[in-house]
Design a protein around this ligand. Structure first.
Ligand code: S3P
Length: 434
């Protein structure tokens, strides 16, 4: 894919449904009794992998792609069947980590894995709390990575359940938290997770709306076991992580003004808006409303000149997936942007600190990596070059936006990775291009 400079972005779009919420809607719909109807589902590879896994366990899921409505016929907490085959999550870290918690509570044995990226990402972060809960889970190759072999049997065959625990998570990770909370549904008593900072809370919100009992108290979330979950009707808000690329492009391209309709602005996800505003960007939120418990708004972004800031601490989990595009923004900000406390970026779909620093340097930016982030001195013009996205969707999209601002051609290798979270990404750029 060759990207060239454009003048500005104008108009209105709706970005696709939120990835995190789409995954959870399939999972909870499968564990609930009755029908769950999901509209504005994210029709992208990661979420389609979740559908496939639950279908393999006997759940009836009808995906009406024309109207974008997914219907799940759940059989209740104990209604999954042993999959006849290996469960394969493709590239989706959320699917494998959250499902590990669910599979640990089943009465059958299962094996779950994914693509090369998944097979090199750390799974001990979920294996450790699950073992504490008395689950029988192990890394098949003993390397702390997938494939994971999960024997639901020893704890549940004799109708004993998992052990409810109070888990102190060393990292602020919604994937770890959600895995433990899902396993907690099958435990003998309440299960709590304490995290160093609050991570995205979609699991807690959705579990509650399906009838689960979940309590949050500052950084601790507690779930009661064995709830009666009932199928729901829900609409998925637009994904703020996908919107971030257009927010950045509209800020950077002179004369731009765009509106993104029905965008999820859950306070555990809205760090990108806060950071852009603190950098001086003109962002307006209108028509603030709720889809169930999820806050939604129409947001308007105008071209703005921006200044550098420091980004660290509690905001990091609220914008963890947006740091690559924030690094692009920082190249155009006046002054030095410092990003700290973001070592988690090293274990995403690729090492996102290395990929951003190496590729933005190739484009002529003044950027260096640190142990837990990066430092960027803004103001140097970017020039087009070849970018190997390492098949990481967020690297491909970030460098596409950088390419819209750069002199010469930017060639994105592995641009097809956008299918993981945003298949219409390039079409949406064309829609807004002026
Ligand atoms: C996600 C949580 C985040 C995020 C990922 C989706 C989720 O990961 O990076 O894209 O849906 O729970 P961590 O919670 O591990 O940081």
């Amino acid at each position: 894919m060759i990207i060239r400079k454009i003048d500005c972005l104008k108009g209105e779009i709706k970005v696709p449904g939120d990835k995190s919420i789409s995954h959870r809607a399939i999972m909870l719909g499968s564990l609930a009794k009755g029908k769950t109807i999901i509209s504005n589902f994210l029709q992208a590879d990661d979420c389609l992998a979740t559908i496939k896994c639950f279908k393999q366990m006997g759940i009836t899921i009808n995906n009406d792609k024309v109207n974008n409505i997914v219907t799940v016929l759940g059989n209740g907490l104990h209604g999954l069947n042993k999959p006849s085959d290996l469960l394969n999550v493709g590239n989706s870290g959320t699917t494998i980590r959250l499902m590990s918690g669910i599979l640990s509570g089943q009465k059958f044995t299962s094996m779950i894995t994914g693509d090369d990226s998944i097979q090199s990402r750390p799974m001990n972060r979920v294996i450790k709390p699950l073992l504490q809960m008395n689950a029988d889970i192990k890394s098949k190759n003993n390397n702390g990575c997938a494939p994971l072999l999960i024997n639901g049997a020893p704890n549940t065959m004799d109708n004993r359940s998992l052990e409810g625990i109070k888990y102190i998570s060393p990292v602020a990770s919604a994937q770890i938290k959600s895995c433990v909370l899902f396993a907690g549904l099958y435990a003998n008593k309440a299960t709590s997770v304490l995290e160093p900072e609050i991570s995205r809370n979609h699991t807690e919100l959705m579990l509650q709306s399906f009838g689960g009992k979940v309590y949050s108290d500052s950084n601790t979330v507690t779930v009661e076991p064995n709830p009666k979950l009932i199928g729901q009707e829900l609409e998925v808000p637009g994904d703020i992580s996908s919107a971030a690329y257009f927010i950045a492009a509209a800020i950077l391209l002179p004369n731009s003004e765009i509106t993104i309709k029905s965008l999820g602005i859950n306070p555990t996800r809205d760090g990108i808006i806060e950071v852009c505003r603190n950098m001086g960007a003109d962002i307006g939120l209108d028509n603030i409303r709720y889809y169930g418990s999820e806050m939604v708004a129409d947001i308007t972004i105008k071209h703005s000149s921006i200044k550098a800031i420091e980004i660290s601490g509690e905001i990091i989990p609220r914008l963890i997936d947006e740091i690559p595009i924030i690094a692009v923004l920082a190249c155009f900000a006046e002054g030095q942007t410092v990003i700290k406390d973001a070592e988690e970026l090293k274990v995403k779909e690729s090492n996102r600190i290395d990929e951003m620093v190496n590729n933005l340097s190739k484009m002529g930016a003044d950027i260096v990596s640190t142990d837990d982030g990066m430092i960027i001195n803004g103001g140097l013009a970017l020039k087009g070059t070849n970018i190997n996205s390492k098949f990481d969707h967020r690297i491909a999209m970030s460098f596409t936006i950088a390419g819209l601002m750069a002199d010469g051609d930017t060639i994105i290798e592995g641009y097809e990775s956008v299918n993981i979270s945003y298949p219409e990404f390039y079409n949406d750029i064309l829609k807004l291009r002026n």
